[in-house]
Ligand binder design. Sequence first.
Ligand SMILES: [Zn+2]
Length: 201
Amino acid sequence: MASSVAGPEIERLIQLLARLPGLGPRSARRAALHLIKKREVLMAPLTSALQVAMDKIVVCRTCGNIDTQNPCTICTDPRRDRAIIVVVADVADLWALERAHASNGLYHVLGGTLSPLDGVGPQDLTIDALVSRAHHDSVQEVILALNATVDGQTTAHYITDLVQDANVKVTRLAHGVPVGGELDYLDEGTLAAAVRQRTLF
Ligand SMILES: [Zn+2]
């Protein structure tokens, strides 16, 4: 094991930073050193921002989004289209769709996808809450914005079966050629799906 180059407080900071996604031990050291050098302009505001976020963050009881208010900003926004529920596995997916301005509807965060191999069953996700939301009169469409993986598609089929008796249209994201993508570089599965799901020009 490498010997410490700094006191235990700094080592602890590095260890915690190294647990962040995308940061290994080496980049955690660089980040820690950067914070230490910028104590006044970066470390102090970051410390208080972390504390404030820690105190205020709540999970929206309606949709599962993370916010500082419950129901969340999206659920309480009167400009949102209440006829549409976009179903995502994780809050990160919700944020990605919001960044893309992909939908003006409401969301439902499942908290993961069904995964028999990893022992994730329906009871581990917020599927029951989604099914009862889908049965609400105002809802007309459920968009399954789930990963194009085996687990994502298994989850999509499972949800589709459960909301079949609700008066809603169930849709899923298109699979195909990415914007700006070149056909020659696509994998066979994506290319075949794009041809199968071709649309009128
Ligand atoms: Zn919400």
